[in-house]
Every structure is written in structure tokens, then in C-alpha cells.
Design a protein around this ligand. Structure first.
Ligand code: 1HE
Length: 267
């Protein structure tokens, strides 16, 4: 088990920073002068991070530097694209955010300040979201004359429902951190400045699970949830059988039965 705390040399653009703390890799959006607006270089760097993580990294955290998590798509680049290029651009974002959602390791997004447009789409591709009290959410695409393009119309309705996404976009309203927590945008709401510690704590918890269980949770669960029940039950039973057959499962079950395993305790 690697115990290194170091910069991760993944050949990323200057708008991103990567480090590892033991089994956890942390990706920081580091373009605060542009409120972590997501230009092409940054998006491709996010893909590079998630696809080239060292094999012994077991979970990732993504966060933003400065006052905001991310102001979304870099609007400066948008004016240069025609329709055909727009499709390709959006498909590129889909590929990158799929590399997070269906990537090698679970990802925890730590949110603060503005989480808007493509920033919210990025957060939605992570598996767990921790929001600091300063967080606010918006989808200002309508007011800019554009539309979601980073998978938000697929992922966000699954988190909060089509109706809420529609209302967010039509009216340009913002949700506060508390509202985001209530409707399920975030899983944890913490005080300002406490997000990274909480994100790392959760990532360490995730990293302590059996890798095959994490694989099943990330890859099988969302697909099963989207399939017809009969296919879902079959896929679930196959995944369960593969997981329980692993040496790691056998060891962990034996540990519990011989009083070495952790109990599930009330908090
Ligand atoms: C930007 C961007 C950006 C800031 N692209 N440059 N996203 C939006 O519509 C949100 C646009 N941004 C904002 O509403 C505000 O910037 C914030 C509320 C996020 C932050 O406000 P504030 O007062 O802290 O910063 P600021 O003064 O507005 O911005 C600082 C600089 O960042 C300024 O540049 P400067 O050269 O004048 O210093 C801004 O122009 C720049 N900046 N946000 C480019 N987004 C795949 S499709 C996804 C579609 C979307 O994401 S649509 C939503 C786009």
C-alpha cells in the first residue's frame, strides 16, 4: 500500500494541480483568476488525470482553488465554435466526464462558492458530493443562449428530477448549499473550510473497501438501475456472485465471523 504524499506528475496543464495522499489522489482546479472556468485544456487535463492515475490510487477527490468550485464552461472559447464543432466539443466533455463516472476509482467532489453550468455537470459526474456552506448552484445556460453540454441533461435529472432542472434553467434561479443538500445535490453539508478534510475522510473510507465491491458499485449499480427489472436482477446476481467469490471477500467475511471485522455502529 503506497503511503506517499507527493505531487502527482501526470503532465497536466497549469490550470490543474494533482497530488496524492497515500491511496488518495487530489485534483485541484487551479484557474481561480477565471473562477475555474473550464477551457478545453482543463477538460482534457481532467481526462488525463482520471485515466492515468497510478494503479495503487484507490479514490480521488476533486476541488477548486479560490472562491469558487467552478464557473462552468469557458465562455470565451464558445464564440469561436460553429455547430459541427459544438457537437464535437460537447461529445468531448461527455467522454471526459464518463472517464470520471465510469473510471478507475470513485471520485468525491468538494464544492464551495459557485458550482454553475459545466461546473455543476462536472460535480454531477463524481460519485459523492460534499458541499461547504458557501456553495451555490445554478444553470445559467438559458440566459447565455446556450444549453447543457457536459452530460447535465442526463445526470442532473437523475439526481434532482427533470422538473427541478427545468425550473433552474428556465428561471436562472440559484439553489443555496442548504437547498442543494435537501434536494440531493450534495450528500454532505459542512462548514466553510471543512470540505477538503471531509472529502479526504470519505475517500479514505471508500479506499478501505474491497476494490471489486467499489467496481460493482460504480459500474454495475448505475447500469442495473437503468435496466428493466428482469435484466437488472440477473446482472445483480452475477455481480454478487463474482464479488463473493473473490479471495478478498472470503478474507473479510472470515475476519468478521472471527471477531476481527469492523461492526456497523450507530453514529
Ligand atoms: C469567466 C467565466 C466563464 C468568470 N468563462 N470567463 N457560466 C456562467 O455563465 C457563469 C459566469 N460567471 C459568473 O457568473 C461569475 O464569474 C461568478 C459568479 C462565477 C464569479 O463572480 P466573481 O465576481 O467572483 O468573478 P468575475 O469578476 O465575474 O470573474 C472574474 C474573471 O473570470 C473575469 O475575467 P477578467 O478577465 O475580467 O478578470 C470573468 O470574465 C472570468 N470568468 N466566469 C470565462 N464561465 C459544456 S456546456 C456547459 C455550459 C455552461 O457551463 S454555461 C455556464 C457558464
Amino acid at each position: 500500500m503506497a503511503k506517499t504524499n507527493s505531487r502527482l506528475a501526470l503532465n497536466l496543464p497549469t490550470s490543474l494541480k494533482a497530488e496524492r495522499r497515500g491511496e488518495i489522489a487530489i485534483l485541484t482546479l487551479a484557474r481561480p483568476q477565471k473562477r475555474n472556468a473550464l477551457d478545453d485544456e482543463t477538460i482534457l487535463g481532467v481526462e488525463r488525470f482520471f485515466t492515468t492515475l497510478p494503479a495503487d490510487v484507490r479514490a480521488a477527490v476533486i476541488r477548486g482553488e479560490g472562491e469558487h468550485f467552478s464557473s462552468g464552461l469557458d465562455l470565451g472559447e464558445l464564440t469561436r465554435r460553429d455547430a459541427a464543432e459544438g457537437v464535437q466539443h460537447s461529445r468531448m466533455w461527455h467522454r471526459v466526464f464518463d472517464a470520471i463516472q465510469f473510471g478507475k476509482v470513485p471520485a468525491v467532489a468538494v464544492l464551495h462558492g459557485a458550482v454553475v453550468g459545466g461546473g455543476l455537470e462536472l460535480a454531477a459526474a463524481a460519485h459523492i458530493r460534499v458541499a461547504e456552506r458557501s456553495t451555490y448552484y445554478a444553470l445559467p445556460e438559458g440566459s447565455r443562449g446556450i444549453f447543457l453540454g457536459g452530460g447535465g441533461s442526463v445526470r442532473l435529472p437523475r439526481l434532482i428530477g427533470v422538473s427541478r432542472v427545468m425550473e433552474l434553467m428556465l428561471t436562472g434561479r440559484t439553489y443555496s448549499a442548504q437547498e442543494g443538500q435537501t434536494i440531493g445535490l450534495s450528500h454532505h453539508l459542512v462548514k466553510n473550510g471543512a470540505g477538503l478534510a471531509k472529502g479526504i475522510e470519505l475517500a479514505r473510507q471508500i479506499a478501505s473497501n474491497a476494490p471489486l465491491s467499489n467496481y460493482a458499485i460504480m459500474q454495475a449499480l448505475p447500469r442495473i438501475a437503468e435496466s428493466d427489472p428482469a435484466s437488472g436482477y440477473l446482472a445483480e446476481s452475477l455481480m454478487a456472485a463474482v464479488a463473493q467469490d473473490s479471495a478478498e471477500a472470503k478474507t473479510r467475511l472470515k475476519d468478521f465471523l472471527e471477531k476481527r471485522g469492523k461492526k456497523v455502529l450507530k453514529r
